[in-house]
Ligand binder design. Structure first.
Ligand code: BG6
Length: 279
């Protein structure tokens, strides 16, 4: 498989088929671009990001693993270390116009103090006119292992003030460690900083933007994070323009809080998200 190299040294796979265009970086196994042919891009990336080795890319789908958010242990990186570690490219295959890209993370010796458990982590990107991402954990130890994780998807919009998320009604959410609150309305709009963990969630949500509706499906995930940093936090975020909050939102397929993954010895779990433009 031939990879390409960004000017700053990061290696990536480029997929250009009749159905889509995509680029996936080996660092973090992070897809940053996905555009079905004849449609708008489905992923957002900040123009402030210059793709430096060692940083996650501010956009696309960072993989947060083996913990989501801040670690219980001081000094451990937010959202884990998978997003800043270089994964191994296993294969690129074409089946009926659909490209399958598989990458694996082998935990490096320097990460052993973060994660001493022997686990296999594999991601498969299925790239057709939809994007399907499947993240499989296998516990190779002889004891149970628990983890939290996220497919931290950044979606584009031309106007956050005219962007709505539906499919959240009748669930509960926690915001800034407060709650749980009941989500009664079906439509969530953005008028301020939003940083919520939704729990007991149905399998699909829809983001309505001026460009059209994006469907976000999840499998083996009963939780999702909805995030927009709004005005003040945008100014504090790395690799993010002050006004980027106007043109993005994150709706993340997660396994967090009571939806964390506990794997028995030898067991596997696959977190999947599928995203596409509703036609
Ligand atoms: C979200 C969190 O998922 O990720 C936010 O809920 C956080 O609290 C955001 O600010 C971005 O995190 P980071 O580490 O990529 O800046």
């Amino acid at each position: 498989v031939t990879t390409k190299t960004h000017v700053n040294g990061l290696k990536f796979v480029e997929i250009n088929t009749d159905l889509c265009f995509a680029t996936i970086y080996l660092q973090g196994a992070q897809i940053d671009q996905f555009q079905p042919k004849g449609q708008q891009p489905l992923l957002w990336v900040s123009s402030a990001d210059d793709y430096q080795p060692g940083n996650g890319i501010r956009g696309g789908i960072p993989i947060c693993w083996p913990w989501f958010g801040q670690s219980q242990v001081e000094g451990f990186p937010q959202h884990g270390f998978a997003r800043t570690t270089t994964w191994d490219l296993v294969s690129v295959k074409m089946v009926n116009q659909v490209a399958f890209v598989t990458m694996e993370l082998n935990v490096k010796p320097e990460h052993r103090n973060f994660w001493p458990h022997e686990t296999k982590l594999q991601v498969v990107f299925e790239l057709g006119s939809k994007l399907k991402v499947s993240l499989t954990n296998t516990n190779l130890t002889d004891y149970p292992v628990s983890l939290t994780q996220a497919l931290h998807t950044y979606f584009p919009t031309s106007d956050i003030h005219n962007t709505y998320v539906s499919g959240l009604a009748e669930s509960q959410y926690i915001e800034f460690a407060k709650g749980p609150y009941a989500q009664n309305d079906d439509l969530v709009e953005f008028t301020r900083e939003t940083d919520r963990v939704y729990t007991n969630l149905g399998a699909a949500q829809v983001i309505t933007t001026p460009e059209g509706c994006i469907v976000v499906e999840r499998e083996n995930s009963q939780s999702a994070v909805l995030w927009n940093p709004w005005i003040d936090k945008s100014q504090r975020l790395s690799r993010f323009n002050d006004n980027d909050y106007l043109s993005m939102l994150c709706l993340e397929a997660t396994n967090v809080l009571e939806d964390q993954v506990t794997l028995a010895a030898g067991a596997s779990h696959t977190l999947t998200t599928t995203i596409y433009w509703q036609t």
